[in-house]
Design a binder for this molecule. Structure first.
Ligand SMILES: C[S@@+](CC[C@H](N)C(=O)[O-])C[C@H]1O[C@@H](n2cnc3c(N)ncnc32)[C@H](O)[C@@H]1O
Length: 231
């Protein structure tokens, strides 16, 4: 499911999707963990918002998927698959929404986290969430940008690019024009693609993923690419 199709109750489609691919017990246990994580951090990133209900200037709006927050469970698994300590590393979230992945990256210890999001309402919520947590993470610099990720040049300082299924296949292809030059640099760089529905586009441009994270039913939850680690 690419979450492009919104319906009237997007959270319900997501719940049904999760039941199908994760089963009832896993869906409930993950939901509970996410709820506890929000409480622990004092943030509010829940919700499901379609591009049509948000103020978005970018022409790529049509290719954009629904907003929903990253799962902290999958995020942690992806972090554990990276071969370094994050204290001198920079994290970039493409389509940063309400800031959940940025805050989880700060919690993981990244020295800087950058988010690019085109919906101003989501960015406003992300600012509030970051204000709430920033004193807990004094060693992390937060840098939130508003704009179209497809027009955003990947800063040279970035070590980890994170995508939680932000857009459709055409937009993923467009993003590759920005990602490929970063992968062609000599500096090691990693890309995490969660809910990797269009991973074939990345595979063609970046090579085989070095890890595929799967859920208990064997479905891929994330694919990790790098210009260093080979599959
Ligand atoms: C599935 S949500 C992920 C949110 C966040 N990364 C997280 O993990 O919690 C995808 C996000 O990408 C944003 N998005 C989609 N297309 C975009 C684009 N072209 N430029 C910037 N943001 C975009 C959506 O508005 C949405 O907030």
């Amino acid at each position: 499911m690419d979450f492009k199709h919104k319906g009237r109750l997007p959270w319900l489609s997501h719940f049904i999707y999760s039941l199908k691919y994760r089963g009832l017990m896993n869906t409930c246990s993950m939901g509970l963990k996410e709820w506890k994580k929000e409480r622990e951090l004092g943030i509010d990133t829940f919700g499901a918002h379609c591009p049509t209900e948000l103020s978005i200037e970018a022409t790529s709006k049509l290719g954009g998927h629904l907003y929903q927050p990253s799962s902290s469970v999958i995020f942690e698994k992806a972090m554990n698959a990276l071969p370094f300590n994050f204290s001198d590393k920079v994290f970039l979230d493409i389509g940063s929404g309400k800031g959940r992945a940025l805050i989880l990256a700060a919690e993981a210890g990244f020295s800087k986290v950058i988010g690019i999001e085109y919906a101003s309402e989501l960015n406003d919520v992300a600012y509030t969430n970051i204000e709430t947590v920033k004193d807990r993470f004094p060693n992390t610099e937060f840098d939130l940008r508003e704009g179209d990720a497809l027009q955003f040049d990947i800063p040279a300082e970035v070590d980890v690019i994170y995508l939680f299924n932000p857009f459709d296949e055409e937009a993923v292809s467009g993003l590759m024009k920005k990602v490929k030059p970063a992968f062609d640099r000599s500096k090691p760089i990693y890309l995490i693609y969660v809910n990797p529905v269009h991973y074939a586009v990345l595979q063609k441009q970046l090579g085989e993923p070095f890890v595929t994270l799967r859920n208990l039913k064997g479905f891929p939850e994330a694919k990790l690419f790098s210009n260093r680690a080979k599959a």
